[in-house]
Design a protein around this ligand. Structure first.
Ligand SMILES: [Fe+2]
Ligand SMILES: [Fe+2]
Length: 285
């Protein structure tokens, strides 16, 4: 086994969230400056992206989709999945970081406070549940981080794009043209983005939530597209139309990382009712 993979596979999720919040929280007052990778980013963040960029090949992405998109990891209610995800947090030091459920509720509560519709609130509550991939044994670089298109030329709008030089796909000529294996304007649904929690959760919820919610879930980590305007040549008019929802969602995902911790037990009845409205039964994961 690749030693880099072995090290990474055993790393707990909280260290993954640590790098995320470290980058995000250094600029709590500056909104769009939340994610500044140009400053003195910690070595763990660089190393995370190095592993992500060298290991996420086009073939790797297709293999993970084949493995997980058929939803054969068991049935769980949404609340059960939230509690399952929460087991990844180290409770030996509960005051250091928000738990996974707390992050989800911070996001959904911020959306709710702004008077958005119920499906939007529920999307906030669920958006990171795909991180249960970590509990299936997937390494962090296959679960989180900004996503990028595989099977076509790497965009220099992707963070730490210099690491792509060591991805085996960099030497595959057909993957390094502007459109690669795709047709221009084919739509993002036909583009194989680097694998992670966005893509997995999309397949879990696609029959239950409205299209706007599905865009938020599937593309919230696709920063090169929604923040930088990269890959527009592969997007469809439908993608461009829905981009506004991804952007609308994203501000809550970022800002909620510095909010007060929510009272989970107090809020639980509201959310159980909201979940039941869209997911009356357990769903396949
Ligand atoms: Fe996420
Ligand atoms: Fe999130």
């Amino acid at each position: 086994m690749d030693p880099a993979v072995a090290v990474n596979a055993s790393a707990p999720l909280e260290s993954l969230d640590e790098w995320e919040s470290d980058v995000l929280e250094r600029y709590p007052e500056e909104g769009h400056q939340f994610r500044d990778y140009t400053a003195d980013v910690r070595p763990t963040v660089r190393e995370f992206y190095r592993l992500n960029h060298i290991n996420q090949t086009h073939e790797f992405v297709k293999a993970k989709k084949a493995k997980y998109s058929s939803l054969e990891m068991g049935k769980k209610s949404v609340w059960e999945a939230m509690e399952f995800l929460n087991t990844l947090v180290d409770d030996s030091d509960p005051d250091t970081d928000a738990t996974q459920i707390e992050h989800l509720m911070q996001t959904s509560e911020a959306i709710r406070a702004d008077g958005h519709p119920r499906w939007f609130i529920l999307t906030g509550l669920m958006h990171d549940l795909g991180k249960v991939l970590c509990l299936y044994g997937e390494p962090q670089w296959a679960v989180v981080g900004d996503t990028f298109a595989t099977g076509c030329r790497y965009s220099d709008k992707v963070v730490f794009s210099e690491f792509f030089a060591d991805n085996p796909d960099a030497k595959v000529a057909k993957y390094q043209t502007e459109n690669g294996v795709y047709e221009p304007g084919c739509g993002l649904e036909n583009v194989h983005l680097s694998y992670g929690h966005d893509e997995y959760l999309y397949h879990v919820v696609k029959d239950y939530l409205p299209e706007e919610a599905l865009y938020m879930i599937r593309y919230h980590s696709f920063y090169p597209w929604h923040r930088e305007g990269a890959y527009d040549h592969l997007a469809s008019d439908k993608d461009r139309e829905n981009l506004k929802w991804v952007l609308e969602f994203n501000k809550y995902d970022l800002y909620s990382k510095v909010d007060e911790r929510p009272n989970v037990e107090k809020l639980r009845p509201f959310y159980e009712e909201l979940i039941a409205e869209f997911f009356p039964d357990k769903i396949r994961w």
